[in-house]
Design a binder for this molecule. Structure first.
Ligand SMILES: *Cc1c(COP(=O)(O)O)cnc(C)c1O
Length: 436
């Protein structure tokens, strides 16, 4: 399997090369050259509820991902990578006869980002390096990526991690998950938005001074190794739903930078029984507007209650355009909804107090709201984070204290180091490069 750039101006790369490069040299994003028909190969073996239950998620993920690793240096390691990366449960919880929730928040940092971050860290750990300079991961985060990347790289590698996050725009508990990892991980609160953080990362990648000192690795969802494993849980949940209920479900996906959503579109393309896909956005509505108007006009980022989705210019949209160049074709596979802060708050309250009795994080609440607008069909809501990470939003609404998962409790008890910088490369350089 080869990987090509969405901009088509660089030669096809192997998977290992695409992972090491992050961004293709023509500025595009890597996508698989062909979409293999994974479903027909797998379904011939897993066609009863029993046979799916006999297979744990990591083994299932290995089966789904095998064709994407074909002929690559990493292929012999894939089974082991899946076993180590996905060592936590992936429950599909029934809410009512036509609605389930796929809980993706049982990893070490309580958000779905753990899937991609752990998989990426293990792929990099298993890749032989040809570079002589010291590696460093540099990552911008709107809240949850940084924590997942910090946790994964400190568990599986000794590569230092530098994280940039927008000051005062993430929750206190999210910030603890960025700043409590000890000397291997440096986290900086940037005076600006997520887009400013992403811009600083891009500048560092282009700077000769940085490149002279470090072999920089990108861990954002532009890296193909973040997206591929996310495909596996859509395949798994869609098959499980079909075997349990005898009918296909659609997914409603809380979306920001569209990494998770792109993975769902790929899962549908490789043949799994996914009826329909809806991206659920907060007030950052570039994608819903595009599907409505047919013209792509990214907007400045707006701060919302669902902060990990505060993205005005979703970078993975380039992969979606590559898959469906025309908006009319895209509309056959995808719809999108923008949800206001007011509706997020009302949904968190009503889903707990009436009906389902379930507590949603503010991101997943956008999906629950979008579900309430669907008149028919079966739906799987994709739960992207544990509500306990967003206690400051949820507890005042519900008037109750949320239980804290053990992994979060542990991080909250550790000391943390907080460092503020202004949104320019020089400030970052002083902090990161000065001690060379
Ligand atoms: C990152 C994140 C999202 C958005 O995912 P994308 O892949 O960026 O679209 C949604 N919810 C939570 C909790 C997240 O951390």
């Amino acid at each position: 399997m080869k990987y090509i750039s969405t901009r088509g101006k660089t030669p096809a790369a192997s998977l290992s090369e695409a992972i090491a490069q992050g961004l293709a040299s023509d500025g595009g994003l890597f996508v698989p050259e062909v979409i293999p028909d994974v479903f027909s190969e797998i379904f011939s073996e897993i066609n009863t509820k029993q046979s799916l239950e006999n297979l744990n998620f990591s083994e299932f993920a290995y089966q789904v991902l095998k064709p994407f690793f074909k002929n690559d240096k990493l292929a012999p390691h894939l089974e082991n990578i899946c076993a180590k990366a996905f060592n936590f449960p992936v429950p599909l919880v029934t809410l009512d006869s036509q609605t389930s929730v796929l809980e993706l928040f049982h990893g070490p940092t309580n958000a779905f980002k753990d899937f991609g971050a752990r998989f990426l860290a293990l792929c990099i750990d298993k890749s032989e390096s040809t570079s002589l300079s010291k590696k460093m991961v540099l990552v911008a985060t709107s809240g949850d990526t940084g924590g997942a990347v910090a946790a994964a790289f400190s568990e599986f590698t000794d590569i230092p991690v530098t994280i940039l996050y927008p000051n005062d725009r993430i929750s206190v508990r999210q910030e603890k998950q960025l700043t409590s990892w000890g000397p291997q991980v440096k986290a900086f609160a940037v005076d600006g938005t997520f887009d400013d953080c992403q811009c600083l990362v891009k500048q560092a990648f282009q700077s000769d001074l940085w490149r002279k000192n470090y072999h920089l690795l990108s861990a954002n969802s532009i890296n193909i190794a973040r997206l591929l494993p996310q495909m596996a849980y859509y395949c798994y949940a869609s098959l499980k739903y079909k075997l349990l209920h005898g009918t296909e479900a659609g997914f409603i996906i809380p979306s920001g930078n569209i990494g998770n959503g792109t993975a769902a579109l790929w899962a549908q393309q490789v043949g799994f029984p996914i009826h329909q896909i809806i991206f659920s956005h907060n007030a950052n509505r570039s994608v819903p507007d595009y599907l409505q108007n047919g013209s792509w006009a990214p907007q400045p980022t707006i701060s919302t209650l669902a902060n990990a989705m505060d993205v005005g210019t979703p970078s993975n949209m380039e992969r979606v355009f590559h898959l469906f160049p025309s908006v009319s074709e895209l509309r056959k596979h995808l719809s999108a909804q923008s949800v206001s802060d007011q509706s997020i708050a009302a949904t968190i309250k009503s889903c707990k107090e009436q009906g389902w009795g379930y507590i949603f994080c503010p991101h997943t609440a956008t999906a629950a709201y979008t579900r309430s607008l669907q008149k028919q069909g079966h739906w799987i809501l994709v739960a992207t984070a544990d509500p306990a990470k967003f206690d400051s939003v949820i507890e005042p609404l519900l008037g109750q204290t949320l239980p804290i998962p053990a992994s979060l409790q542990k991080i909250l008890s550790l000391p943390s180091v907080r460092c503020e910088i202004s949104a320019d490369l020089l400030s970052l350089q002083k902090q990161v490069l000065f001690d060379l």
